[in-house]
Unconditional design. Structure first.
Length: 332
């Protein structure tokens, strides 16, 4: 209870606070490209044109069977124009979610994300087999750690985040490959991951979850202002309000005005303006409720203790048949 009061008090006293926001990017096209029945690993791995192009949900495969070699790679295109203001949006972290249904791990390998640059990002061609990159865009996900029939996550690294940042406002295509395929390691067994995809008509296709904040960019030495849309515009009028650093540790007071949902600040160099006025108002209401409840509880127990005190004095009088001692000190 004390913790909740203190947290609410902090939000009640501060007119705004910094927070992490997320948006989800959906898979709008996907599929796998494969090369099969090659007499050597070099031919399979180095092939530039696929002889398989389908919607079967191969998230990656490197395999050998009866002296023949196979490679299958998966590509997915995401709509990366979120339904929010993405001007000055800075991506902090991102996750690639996928839903595997089957796997085989004879080589104790892993899976990872790579760049994918198909000629048409919503219609993959056989010639796109060579469009898969080799730079890892996420932390390795070992096949042994993959949970079947469940949501799994590949956490993007700095290269992956940079790729997403550059793609804001359009589409981005990402590929998945086995680590053996990426490293060009000759397979000794049939390593693969199968899962649900968009083009296969499954219920759990891949998707991206992106955590971001807004960066105000560089300020001008002139008197011109920068205007950005953030939140619902519940704050109106003019005056000063605190804009927090991204670490939520320090802040500066900037003068500004607002109109509708647009906040205009005279200077915002180096500061985030991810502001949630409705959330702040909700915290203020929560604090007021907790404060009122505390006052009611205090009054209630004060009244109970007073009644106990009065009752005990009268009980003393009834039992002893004499007046109870006065509620004051006697003079000697």
């Amino acid at each position: 209870m004390v913790k909740k009061i203190l947290l609410s008090l902090g939000f009640f006293l501060l007119p705004s606070f910094c927070f992490a926001s997320t948006f989800t990017s959906t898979d709008i096209h996907d599929g796998y490209l494969g090369i099969t029945d090659q007499s050597s690993w070099a031919l399979a791995h180095g092939a530039s044109v696929a002889n398989e192009n389908g919607t079967s949900p191969y998230f990656g495969q490197d395999a050998t069977d009866s002296g023949l070699f196979y490679v299958r790679r998966f590509g997915a295109t995401f709509d990366f124009a979120p339904a929010i203001t993405y001007t000055d949006l800075v991506i902090d972290s991102a996750e690639y979610h996928f839903y595997p249904t089957s796997k085989n791990d004879p080589e104790t390998s892993c899976i990872n994300l790579v760049a994918f640059a198909p000629a048409n990002d919503v219609s993959f061609a056989n010639g796109d087999l060579s469009a898969f990159g080799s730079t890892k865009l996420a932390s390795d996900k070992t096949v042994s750690s993959i949970s079947l029939n469940a949501d799994n996550v590949l956490t993007l690294n700095s290269s992956g985040i940079a790729a997403l940042q550059a793609a804001l406002g359009g589409h981005i295509s990402l590929g998945t490959r086995t680590c053996g395929d990426i490293a060009n390691t000759t397979p000794t067994g049939n390593e693969y991951i199968l899962g649900q995809t968009y083009s296969h008509g499954d219920a759990n296709p891949p998707y991206l979850v992106v955590t971001y904040h807004y960066s105000a960019g560089s300020s001008s030495s002139s008197s011109s202002s920068s205007s950005v849309a953030t939140g619902t515009g519940a704050w109106t009028g003019s005056g000063s309000m605190p804009i927090f650093h991204s670490d939520c540790a320090t802040y500066t007071i900037l003068s500004g005005t607002s109109s509708g949902s647009a906040f205009t600040f005279d200077s915002c160099a180096g500061y985030d303006y991810s502001i949630s006025i409705p959330a702040m108002r909700a915290m203020q209401r929560q604090f007021a409720y907790i404060l009122f409840s505390a006052i009611v509880i205090l009054f209630k127990w004060s009244l109970i203790l007073y009644l106990i005190f009065i009752t005990s004095r009268w009980m003393f009088r009834i039992i002893t048949h004499r007046r109870p001692p006065p509620f004051r000190s006697r003079r000697l």
